[in-house]
Design a binder for this molecule. Structure first.
Ligand SMILES: Cc1ncc(COP(=O)(O)O)c(C=O)c1O
Length: 372
């Protein structure tokens, strides 16, 4: 026993691998960026978080305003929500579990399957959360990089699956590359004795889903979210469709009141106003075509095809970070990547037509500077 607060080296008690954790790099909020740049908040064009520029259904604010039970805990069994979501995705409500964003569902999967030292497979370039969770749970993360066209390297993945990997995360469409996952490839990977978490965060933008396959494959979990298509990123609302043998375990592991009543209300109101939200998705996918064509006109940018709400572009002849910084000075936020699996690229979330206008004007200016 020791006296005094400073006598304890509390860090010595922390699980050692956490001390070395690289951490996750989240995007900065608008007010922070606006203040740093000295630009009014409403002049910031935020195209770095794959958020929905049209926001949520107006029914969400109405439901939140009218709700009278904020002082009570939510239903721990999520009954109404599971019924509504089950009906939306065409799955048995018994197989649905909701959480604070699909991130929580991805974390739940890691809790279920990853003990320290277990093998997790990852197919980069992909969503950074998968590597992050592998590191948090002290898994042995084996990388099976994608091919040049960002399709999966199936032989490489299958070799790792055969070697006894416990968990594979796959995003469809993939972030940040925007390409879909052919169904037959998923089915091929499901033959192995590995839990596959299919992350369908952007599924509503390409209309494809593998939720129906959960009925046939006990090693498939499909994770989805209200952040993107329903404009509820700030509310934190996601869910998973589970194979029956996992249902009781998940309910024992999950934090009981993980979803706020505000998220509950927002989800129910969104599912009640699908027409409006579908229209938002239509506007975004229409803008994706227009913006992609405009980006392709710039000789130093090469946009990749996308079925999601963002476009990845290879940058030629200039560092991608320079493009990000130059846009940032003009109040336009995008992401850049320069990693072994993704060289010199920027990712641009689809905004409204006026956002595309400001972006492409700025890119032309930056391009002229580069040429000069
Ligand atoms: C592929 C993918 N999965 C999951 C998420 C997390 O979404 P949520 O807001 O539901 O936690 C994101 C967010 O950008 C994502 O790109």
């Amino acid at each position: 026993m020791t006296d005094g607060r400073r006598a304890h080296d509390i860090r010595r008690l922390v699980r050692p691998h956490l001390l070395e954790l690289p951490g996750y790099e989240p995007v900065e909020p608008v007010d922070v960026v606006a203040q740093r740049l000295g630009i009014p908040e409403d002049r910031i064009v935020k195209l770095d978080g794959n958020e929905n520029p049209y926001g949520p259904s107006p029914k969400v604010a109405a439901a939140l305003g009218a709700f009278g039970s904020y002082h009570l805990y939510p239903d721990p069994a999520q009954r109404r929500l599971r019924r509504a979501v089950g009906q939306y995705v065409g799955a048995d409500p018994e197989q649905i579990v909701l959480g604070s964003g699909s991130d929580e569902m991805l974390d739940l999967a890691a809790q279920l399957f990853l003990s320290p030292g277990d093998t997790m497979v990852n197919a980069p370039p992909t969503f950074g959360m998968y590597d992050f969770l592998g590191a948090v749970y002290n898994a042995r993360v084996v990388q099976a990089p994608r091919r040049e066209d960002f399709g999966l390297d199936l032989p490489a993945l299958e070799a790792v699956l055969r070697s006894g990997a416990r968990l594979l995360y796959l995003a469809a469409p993939n972030n940040p590359t925007g390409n879909p996952l052919p169904r037959e490839q998923l089915e091929r990977l499901l033959r192995y004795d590995t839990a596959v978490v299919l992350d369908e965060a952007y599924a509503e933008f390409d209309g494809e889903s593998a939720v129906d396959l959960v009925a046939q494959h006990d090693n498939l979990i499909v994770v989805r979210t209200f952040s993107k298509w329903a404009g509820l990123a700030g509310m934190r609302a996601g869910y998973a469709v589970l194979p029956p043998p996992l249902v009781d375990i998940v309910w024992k592991v999950k934090i009981p009141y993980n979803l706020s009543v505000a998220s509950e209300q927002a989800i129910l109101a969104s599912l009640d106003d699908r027409e409006t939200l579908k229209e938002h998705v239509r506007l975004i996918t229409e803008e994706r075509v227009r913006l992609s064509a405009r980006l392709a006109q710039l000789p130093w940018l090469r946009p990749y095809p996308s079925t999601a709400n963002f476009i990845l572009c290879e940058v030629r002849g200039v560092p991608a970070v320079h493009v990000r910084d130059q846009l940032r000075k003009r109040g336009i936020m995008i992401r850049y990547f320069d990693t072994p699996s993704l060289r010199n690229c920027v990712r641009i979330s689809i905004g409204k037509p006026e956002h595309s206008e400001r972006l492409t004007d700025a890119l032309r200016e930056i391009g002229a500077g580069v040429a000069g």
